[in-house]
Design a binder for this molecule. Structure first.
Ligand code: SAH
Ligand code: SF4
Length: 385
């Protein structure tokens, strides 16, 4: 691995060992440095008080330091916080913290679990104080190259990939901003960008976030959402043994409709996508999350739901229906509630677990999957609470 060209925050413990051993440092310093960054969230070498001064100077000279700075925090009425973050080159990204407002079983918890692909029942230790579980939604690119017609990031186009330090850095910052009683429980790659289009950095960030010496998130509580990059789905499955939770943005069950909404479907049509899902080495009792943004007049016909029921037959899935959040750059919008309910009914009747995802935090345009920037502003703006 090219540890020398890697940003220090993106280095894994073994890479720290290699680079520090080459400098003649003692073997345990690698772990100390990794702990400072990923366990304690301290990125300023000057604050790493148990390291020798010359090492702190060396780390600073290598560029170790903050990778993103919070510029604004919007808090919505339901407790959702949207963080606008500035990167070192001036570009901005957003990340969202979604706390479950009350305990397990609440609607908010179900929403967060559905967003996170979290399947299990309450598995908190008996007697432990109830914690507020927080799901963080993170970005992987500035903008997105996939050009989906209903998505603000897609309309903006790709500005650049994020580095692994910027992807993991969002979680370091999100964790530091947790409030009393909150616990970071799930991370979903559902913010701006297509994670599998930035595969190397995404995979590295997954290793960082799940490393036992660092943030130590459980792999099954980390969900990568993709518009369907078939070769990279296979790669993710192989690289992580199927342990990373997978969410697929389906949005249509026939190629013509899907290609109209999502240009990527022309490259990887549904039969190839479905073959990749069937081949994903999913652990037993785990399911793939299918995301389906309902767009009025485009993909909301009950006949499409019936096609979808057929298409997904035999795959262990759960389905999240998301009524489209309107964006300024497009005249597309969500169907009415009756239409959403009818669509859901077809899938439920066909035996699928199918949820309609509430648009949490949409009073500050923070609904996960609708991160807004670069002029693609939401249509509805309400006062920030
Ligand atoms: N690029 C990845 C992950 C980011 S998008 C992907 O497409 O899966 C996360 C989710 O938000 C996707 O399912 C996407 O289709 C959805 N989404 C994007 N724009 C939306 C909008 N305007 N309304 C509702 N959902 C939207
Ligand atoms: Fe990119 Fe996902 Fe938006 Fe499509 S939905 S443009 S893949 S971020």
């Amino acid at each position: 691995m090219r540890s020398t060209s890697l940003h220090p925050v993106a280095r894994l413990p073994e890479e720290w060992s290699a680079s520090l051993a080459a400098r003649g440092e003692r073997s345990f310093t690698a772990k100390q440095v990794f702990h400072w960054i990923h366990r304690r969230g301290v990125l300023d070498p000057a604050a790493m008080t148990n390291l020798p001064a010359r090492l702190r100077e060396h780390l600073a000279a290598e560029g170790l330091g903050e990778v993103l700075t919070p510029e604004r925090i919007h808090r919505s009425e339901d407790g959702t916080r949207k963080l606008l973050l500035r990167l070192r080159d001036g570009a901005t990204i957003e990340t969202v913290l979604l706390p479950a407002v009350s305990g397990p079983g609440s609607q908010a918890q179900l929403d967060a679990d559905a967003a996170a692909g979290d399947d299990d029942e309450d598995d908190d230790e008996a007697g432990a104080a109830p914690r507020v579980r927080v799901t963080q939604c993170i970005s992987t690119q500035v903008g997105c190259a996939m050009g989906c017609s209903f998505c603000a990031s897609g309309v903006a186009g790709l500005k650049r990939h994020l580095g692994a330090e910027e992807i993991a850095g969002q979680v370091l910052l999100g964790r530091a901003m947790l409030e009393e009683g909150e616990e970071l429980r799930n991370v979903v790659y559902m913010g701006m960008g297509e994670p599998l289009h930035n595969y190397e950095a995404t995979a590295r960030s997954l290793r960082l976030l799940t490393h036992p010496e660092g943030i130590n998130l459980s792999t099954r509580r980390v969900t990568v959402s993709t518009s369907g990059l078939v070769p990279e789905i296979a790669r993710l499955g192989a690289d992580f043994g199927g342990q990373i939770a997978l969410a697929i943005s389906l949005h249509a069950a026939d190629d013509a409709t899907r290609s109209a909404l999502m240009p990527i479907n022309r490259k990887y049509p549904l039969d190839e996508l479905l073959a990749a899902l069937r081949a994903y080495p999913l652990p037993r009792r785990r399911r793939i999350t299918i995301e389906y943004t309902l767009v009025a007049g485009q993909n909301d016909d009950p006949a499409e739901a019936r096609r979808m029921a057929k298409l997904l037959r035999g795959l262990p899935v759960k389905i999240n229906l998301i009524p489209m959040n309107p964006i300024e750059a497009s005249s597309l919008g969500p169907p009415g509630q009756d239409r959403v309910a009818a669509f859901q009914e077809v899938l439920t009747q066909a035996g699928y677990s199918c949820f309609v995802r509430r648009r949490r935090g949409d009073d500050v345009s923070a609904a996960c999957g609708q991160l807004v920037l670069l002029g693609a502003r939401p249509k509805v703006r309400r006062a920030v609470g």
